[in-house]
Design a protein. Structure first.
Length: 94
C-alpha cells in the first residue's frame, strides 16, 4: 500500500496531459495528506478517483507532478533534478 504524507503543497493545475482492499489509500487518508503514483497519467487515475470519492464521501485533487524519492518519502522537485520521477499526486482536500 502507498504511504500518505502531509505538508506537500498541491501544484497548480496543468493541461498536460467496499470490503475489498483498495489499491490506493483513499479510504484512510486524512485532509491534507497525499500520495504519489510514479509513472501514471493523470487522466487514468482521475477517472478512478472521481468514481470512488463520492462513495467515500470525500474530495480529492490530482495533479501531474515531479517528485524525487528520499528517506522521508516522496518530495517535490524540479523536472530536471537528478532522480526526478514524473507521476500523479493525489491530495485529500475534504
Amino acid at each position: 500500500m502507498l504511504e500518505t504524507q502531509k505538508s506537500i503543497p498541491i501544484p497548480k493545475p496543468t493541461r498536460k496531459g467496499a470490503g475489498r482492499r483498495r489499491k490506493y489509500p483513499l479510504d484512510v487518508m486524512e485532509v491534507g495528506e497525499m500520495f504519489f503514483v510514479p509513472g501514471l497519467t493523470e487522466n487514468k487515475l482521475t477517472t478512478y478517483i472521481s468514481a470512488v470519492a463520492p462513495k467515500l464521501g470525500r474530495k480529492f485533487t490530482t495533479r501531474l507532478t515531479t517528485m524525487v524519492e528520499s528517506l522521508d518519502g516522496w518530495q517535490p522537485c524540479d523536472e530536471d533534478a537528478e532522480g526526478a520521477v514524473h507521476g500523479v499526486g493525489v491530495w485529500r482536500t475534504e
